[in-house]
Design a protein around this ligand. Structure first.
Ligand code: CO8
Length: 258
């Protein structure tokens, strides 16, 4: 499927989705958000895909929601449209592992989009920020919520109240990202990580994702109970039999996502 604002490539169980509005530093406009929700949903439903990578361009993952498109909107416009809510929900509902590969600016809605992914690999050039306050607005897709859970109240307040940018090293120390790689290797290295995930059973990876995400939604005791149910459920899969047989036979497992 061809998109106006995205480039999608599928290879070896991995879908690579590139945001493609370089002239606007990949600012998230309505078209891009609709296409992105569509592309991620399609990849999620495609049996041949086990991992999805979302990236931008060298200069920007995304510099935020499109200010030019938002500037004239009124409260009633954004309230009745529920701006980007359906698209953000669709992206966050993705059940397969979704990795953000971030180079350059990752600001406002761009940072929120990266945080909707399961983890973030950052180039050494990455800059994260929630500068909405400079525009007289509050973050609207998780910048005060997911960021606070990811890096804690002190840094989330600092980021949202000052609008300052955080470099990759600070983002790694704070726990916002999982790894830093040289900018020139960002996509290759992230695809290697996606390839590692794609060697596993998609079924088991989905159970893992659901279990880790549960940690954000519930109490520890309920989370532990949920994890135990997922652990027990894994024993109903053919892939559990295959994974354990392969270990005992000292060979690589051949998972069939069943
Ligand atoms: N929206 C629209 N256009 C943008 C955006 C943006 N967010 N960011 C950059 N651009 C455009 C610029 O206007 C410029 O276009 P043009 O050449 O036509 O003027 C082009 O991209 C290149 O940008 P710059 O010339 O500014 O490049 P610099 O390298 O000088 O600066 C910066 C880069 C620092 C990233 C700068 O562009 C900037 O500050 N951008 C805006 C960052 C920002 O404020 N982001 C937050 C936006 S608000 C938001 O994301 C709210 C999310 C909530 C949405 C969900 C609702 C529920």
């Amino acid at each position: 499927m061809a998109y106006d604002t995205l480039i999608v490539e599928i290879e070896d169980y991995t879908a690579l989705i590139r945001l493609n509005r370089p002239e606007a530093l990949n600012a998230l406009n309505a078209r891009l958000m609709q296409e992105l929700a569509q592309a991620i949903t399609a990849a999620d439903r495609n049996d041949k895909i086990r991992c999805i990578v979302l990236t931008g361009t060298e200069k920007a993952f995304a510099a935020g929601a499109d200010v030019k498109e938002m500037a004239e909107k009124t409260f009633t416009d954004v309230y009745f449209d529920d701006l980007f809510a359906a698209e953000a929900d669709a992206i966050a509902r993705c059940r397969k592992p979704l990795i953000a590969a971030v180079s350059g600016y990752c600001l406002g809605g761009g940072c929120e989009l990266a945080m909707m992914c399961d983890f973030i690999i950052a180039a050494d050039t990455a800059k994260f920020g929630q500068p909405e306050i400079n525009l007289g607005i509050v973050a609207g897709m998780g910048g005060t919520q997911r960021l606070t859970r990811a890096i804690g109240k002190a840094k989330a307040m600092d980021m949202n109240l000052t609008g300052r940018f955080m470099d990759a090293a600070e983002a790694e120390r704070a726990g916002l990202i999982s790894r830093i790689v040289p900018a020139k290797d960002l996509v290759t290295e992230t695809l290697k990580i996606a390839g590692k995930i794609a060697e596993k059973s998609a079924l088991t990876a989905m159970l893992v994702k659901e279990s880790v995400n549960r940690a954000f939604e519930t109490t520890l005791s309920e989370g532990i109970r949920f994890e135990r149910r997922m652990f027990n459920a894994a024993f109903a899969s053919e892939d559990q039999k295959e994974g354990m047989a392969a270990f005992m036979e000292k060979r690589q497992p051949q998972f069939r996502d069943r």
